[in-house]
Write a protein that binds this ligand. Structure first.
Ligand code: NI
Length: 258
């Protein structure tokens, strides 16, 4: 089967409470071949592990999102490390990073947990899924100083320009492209799509958030990935089948799925 790789979803989210099982079960017959479900809190990380047990094609990532670190402590870090190390269905540490859109008064703590989770990824030899919003310079400087190139990974839902993309490509990272790249005002994402080689792009929805046009504002799901792939194909002037095939191989390589 030749399907699409969904590199970033949140199916444990309450937005899917009414139809989670039916929706996830329907993905393979709708051309979605692999899914990585991404944790963001201690609770959603545990739910992610449960989802990976139910579906063979669904893998997981465990990490604490920078906006969710308020009550996080050593026990959470220890659990993430041991579970990510021991569980072959857990293929990355994420999502982790810096977010100054929602919180600017805890930058030091955000950096501390970003660095600690990069360390975990290095120790368990798995890639990281980076969330960075309105924190371009600090994200880059921290990833340099913590030698994030040792782990590799993806900067997901990439929201910066092509100069920033160039720096992460140089570091060996992939660039995650999702629904925001289809919005009418998405000048910068289109420049990034043009600039980044297809071999370094991952397809993602970040569902239930960031539904692509024409579903902007509605609940998102992996079923919308073809719209994102079609937009990439149009911007790059290549066919959509190539976009789906190459991004699937990219994600399998990055997540270490054979
Ligand atoms: Ni996300």
């Amino acid at each position: 089967m030749n399907g699409i790789f969904e590199s970033h979803a949140h199916y444990e989210d309450e937005a899917f409470d009414n139809d989670r099982e039916a929706l996830i079960a329907s993905l393979p017959s709708n051309g979605i071949e692999y899914v990585v479900n991404v944790g963001s809190t201690a609770r959603t990380c545990r739910l992610t592990v449960e989802l990976t047990k139910k579906y063979g094609f669904l893998y997981g990532a465990l990490g604490i999102h920078p906006s969710e670190i308020k009550d996080i402590g050593d026990a959470d870090m220890d659990w993430i490390e041991s579970e990510t190390d021991a569980n072959p269905k857990i293929v990355a540490v994420g999502e982790i990073g810096l977010d100054y859109h929602w919180d600017k008064d805890n930058k030091a703590r955000q950096k501390e947990f970003f660095a600690r989770q990069i360390d975990i990824a290095r120790r368990v030899s798995k890639p990281i899924i980076v969330h960075s919003r309105e924190a371009a310079l600090d994200t880059w400087e921290l990833m340099k100083s913590e030698r994030a190139e040792d782990c590799g990974g993806v900067v997901h839902c990439f929201s910066y320009g092509k100069e920033e993309a160039a720096k992460y490509l140089d570091m060996g990272f992939y660039i995650g492209i999702g629904g925001a790249s289809t919005f009418k005002n998405a000048v910068r994402p289109r420049e990034v799509i043009t600039y980044v080689p297809l071999e370094r792009i991952l397809l993602e929805t970040d569902c239930p958030y960031l539904a692509p046009v024409p579903y902007r504002g509605k609940r998102n799901s992996s079923l919308n990935l073809p719209l994102i792939a079609e937009n990439i194909a149009a911007v790059k002037g290549i066919d959509v089948k190539t976009v789906c095939e190459v991004t699937k191989e990219n994600a399998k390589r990055m997540y270490g799925i054979v």
